[in-house]
Design a protein around this ligand. Structure first.
Ligand code: ADP
Length: 187
């Protein structure tokens, strides 16, 4: 089963994706985590990504598409994956479709984790204090929200046309939201 988690930065899709991954025994792949590891290790991809990442901008598709190809073609992804943080642009969505089709698979469901913007800002302030991520400044966060609205939110329509989208209200306890995710996934 191939699932996509869509949601604004701070929506909690990563937390829900991790729980779902354990429950269904399907690997969760987060491009944000892969980028942070690449930056920490100082790989060429990490170095190229950093200037965009730190500003809260999307890393350009020309850098990301190879990464997506690598993860979707890896042996660990054979039985399906939970995609956290990608696709984020229409180019990435098309690449995901193409790579899955090449394996005789498809996107099976898209979970849209829905959280109002004022709650997202509150959460970000808390997370910045706890984790100190280099893109968790107010300016970068506002930019990430804008980028989400402009470049990623349009993917909802792309998947709605194929009737793949389930909206999961992302307010409540982690357990409440996990229960909604379970209903939406149907297992
Ligand atoms: P959040 O959902 O909180 O924004 P992520 O870890 O998913 O956190 O992403 C952090 C940053 O990593 C993004 O702002 C962007 O710079 C980069 N990034 C992650 N995934 C992608 C992607 N699929 N395409 C382009 N940039 C990405």
């Amino acid at each position: 089963m191939n699932l996509i988690l869509l949601g604004a930065p701070g929506s909690g899709k990563g937390t829900q994706g991790a729980l779902l991954s354990t429950r269904l025994n399907i690997p969760k792949i987060a491009t944000g985590d892969l980028i942070r590891t690449a930056m920490k290790d100082g790989t060429p991809l990490g170095t190229r990504a950093k200037e965009y990442y730190d500003q809260g901008l999307l890393v350009p598709d020309e850098i990301i598409l190879g990464l997506i190809e690598e993860v979707l073609q890896s042996p660990g992804a054979k039985r399906g994956v939970i995609m956290d943080g990608f696709p984020r642009t229409s180019g990435q969505a098309e690449a995901v479709d193409r790579l899955l089709h090449a394996r005789g698979q498809q996107v099976d469901r898209v979970l849209l984790v829905d959280v109002p913007e004022e709650e997202l800002v509150r959460r970000m302030r808390r997370r910045a204090a706890l984790e100190g991520r280099s893109d968790d400044t107010i300016d970068a966060f506002r930019r990430r929200l804008g980028v989400y609205r402009e470049q990623t939110a349009p993917l909802v329509a792309y998947y709605r046309e194929r009737d793949l989208v389930s909206v999961v209200p992302g307010i409540g306890t982690v357990e409440d939201i996990a229960e909604r995710v379970k209903l939406a996934v149907g297992r």
